[in-house]
Design a protein around this ligand. Structure first.
Ligand code: VAH
Length: 324
């Protein structure tokens, strides 16, 4: 029996995806029905002023349970996570937050018989032993980053809770996400966000990846659309649960820089690869998302050209208003 999502808790609501997902869900489900939460005490103004906000440490189940009781939560979008670059600097923190946080959320989902638990995965689940172009839905998962290890374990844990407890848990393997509203928090794909800000503000960018590093990417509006579409999909149509490949575009820094130069001709880019190059080299260049397209009609709206035009327009307006 499909349970309706009515009262939603978002963890990691101050993050790059969480902050925009909160606003999108509030628009769709009513602000008072979407409780934003994060470990930090100071939410962005847009989050604080548009609905309920609570401080939650996902590694402490009781702090989540208090909100579940207080607001009669029936759905959790679990965005709180340590990303790849920060996770390589502190693997134990990454494991603790990503795995204990996920287990706490899943256990509450079972205990309170929740309608839906959404737990993102990532292209970081892959490593050696898979085709790097058009990486298939079913494939060997041998990540070499701790973040990737937690994402593989997270997918397996979610599927276990689906089959063992009948919990409706769903997830999608996000590519690099690009947005104009909230800066990303310590990922390897962050260059593809930083470059737009630096191009608008300084007309130059020093890239921490090699110029030919092709990675799968997605514009934030498509990321939000994919997340909500999957959450709302009819469970009877789903053959997969926690590990959907989703794709929109793939490009390398050279191609991205050339697209930006169409709007800012004087833009210059330099390359100084750092430790994140090894992480990026372990990931696919493009992925096959036919399962998402077949099972819940996934289809992106943005490509590199339309995303760049929108990003440059929005960031230029923010720069001229003194906001960045
Ligand atoms: C990271 N942005 O770079 C995240 C993402 C596909 C990568 O999971 O760690």
């Amino acid at each position: 029996m499909k349970k309706e999502m009515k009262k939603i808790l978002i963890t990691g609501a101050n993050g790059q995806i969480g902050s925009e997902l909160t606003l999108a869900l509030r628009k769709k489900y009513g602000a008072e029905n979407v409780i934003a939460s994060d470990i930090r005490h100071n939410p962005p103004k847009a989050i604080a002023q548009s609905g309920p906000y609570e401080v939650v440490d996902v590694t402490k189940a009781e702090t989540i349970r208090q909100q579940v009781i207080k607001y009669d939560i029936d759905t959790i979008f679990h965005l709180a996570a340590i990303l790849s670059a920060v996770g390589e600097r502190d693997p134990h923190l990454c494991w603790n937050v990503n795995m204990n946080g996920t287990m706490n959320v899943l256990d509450l989902g079972v205990k309170y018989e929740m309608a839906r638990i959404i737990i993102p995965s990532s292209i970081a689940v892959w490593g050696k032993g898979v085709p790097r172009v058009n990486t298939p839905q079913e494939s060997v998962l041998k990540p070499t980053s701790m973040y990737g290890v937690t994402k593989v374990a997270g997918e397996l844990l979610c599927d276990y809770y689906v089959h063992k407890y009948g919990l409706d848990c769903r997830g999608l393997r996000y590519p690099g996400i690009i947005s104009s509203e909230t800066l990303p928090g310590g990922g390897t794909t962050d260059y593809a966000v930083e470059i737009y800000y630096e191009a608008v503000k300084k007309k130059n960018y020093n890239c921490f990846l090699r110029e030919d590093t092709v990675l799968p990417m997605m514009y934030m509006p498509d990321c939000i659309k994919a997340t909500i579409d999957l959450a709302e999909a009819d469970v009877n149509n789903l053959k997969h649960h926690s590990d959907f490949n989703v794709a929109a575009m793939s490009f390398d820094p050279t191609t991205l820089a050339a697209e930006i130069k169409k709007h800012i001709p004087e833009f210059e880019i330099t390359y100084n690869p750092d430790f994140r190059q090894a992480i990026a080299d372990s990931w696919p260049q493009s992925i096959d998302d036919s399962s998402a397209r077949e099972e819940w009609n996934w289809k992106p709206n943005y490509d590199l050209e339309s995303m760049t035009a929108d990003m440059i327009q929005k960031l230029t307006a923010k720069f001229e208003a003194g906001l960045i």
